[in-house]
Design a protein around this ligand. Structure first.
Ligand code: MLT
Length: 275
């Protein structure tokens, strides 16, 4: 767990954003969580990665302990604007290692579109560059309306939570239960506005060939939400990609296979340093 000294908050683009910062003068890594979660999902990464990197872990607006801001879809562009403003607030002008899982990966594309010079490399885990088809958009709208109706994250727990981990992992086991606790803490607005924001994503596949920095693409072989073919597609189009598919892991590979995930990131970071 993150210690209380590492917890901070700042007003970013008019909204109180909570974040953790492991500090120090190591190269900066920005760890961006998925939906419907918050920075607590990165707990298995903190200790191992903080030995080599200064970790900044925000709760995206509307999620975790961050304020939601004005009502309306939480777009990936808005999240990217907040992340860039958070780096400005922290006085971090160096290009960072951007690490995003799922929605955090969707946001990476908007981050890159805005200020490519602010990323020196990326880890795109359990994510995809493709956008939603009509069926997916409808599914998101149904979940958004249900969340508003019941006033909680219950619809996300019902529809999405069982799909987060590898099907080989019993839902009563430790990791699904940890995820359940985090999801239960998210507000109805985070679910509704978050789903509507993700539904507005553009297709990022055409931009992949222009992302000319090193990218480590990590996918769980059992990922039901962003299947391995999405990782393969990104790796095939990105000019400097390394693909790592993790067996027996689902969407949450960083939690389900933390040792393999962390080793993959650290070995790749070491190679980057050597180049
Ligand atoms: C996530 O983990 O961020 C979500 O599964 C993304 C999505 O719903 O597309």
């Amino acid at each position: 767990m993150l210690s209380s000294q590492q917890m901070h908050s700042a007003t970013i683009n008019g909204v109180r954003i909570a974040y953790s910062d492991t500090g120090g003068d190591r190269p900066v890594a920005l760890l961006v969580h998925g939906f419907a979660l918050d920075r607590r999902m990165w707990a298995p990464q903190i200790e191992p990665l903080a030995k080599e990197l200064r970790l900044i872990l925000p709760d995206l607006r509307g999620f975790g302990l961050s304020e939601p801001g004005p009502a309306g879809p939480l777009t990936m562009g808005q999240h990217a604007d907040d992340l860039l403003a958070l780096l400005d607030y922290l006085g971090i002008s160096e290009a960072v290692l951007y690490v995003g899982l799922s929605m955090g990966g969707y946001t990476a594309f908007e981050f890159w579109k805005r200020q490519p010079a602010r990323a020196r490399a990326m880890v795109l885990a359990g994510t995809k560059a493709t956008h939603d088809d009509a069926v997916r958009r409808e599914y998101r709208e149904v979940m958004a309306r249900d969340a508003e109706m019941v006033g909680s994250s219950a619809p996300a727990l019902e529809l999405m939570w069982p799909l987060l981990c590898s099907p080989s992992r019993p839902l009563h086991s430790e990791i699904p239960q940890k995820l359940r606790v985090i999801m239960e803490d998210q507000s109805a607005r985070a679910i509704a506005d978050g789903q509507r924001g993700m539904a507005q994503r553009e297709d990022s596949v055409p931009m992949l060939s222009g992302i000319d920095i090193p990218v480590l693409v990590i996918g769980g072989m059992d990922d039901l939400l962003t299947p391995p073919d999405e990782s393969r597609l990104m790796a095939s189009k990105l000019p400097c990609a390394t693909l790592h598919l993790i067996p027996n892991a689902g969407h949450m590979s960083n939690m389900e296979a933390p040792e393999e995930f962390n080793r993959s990131v650290l070995e790749w970071v070491a190679e980057l340093g050597a180049k």
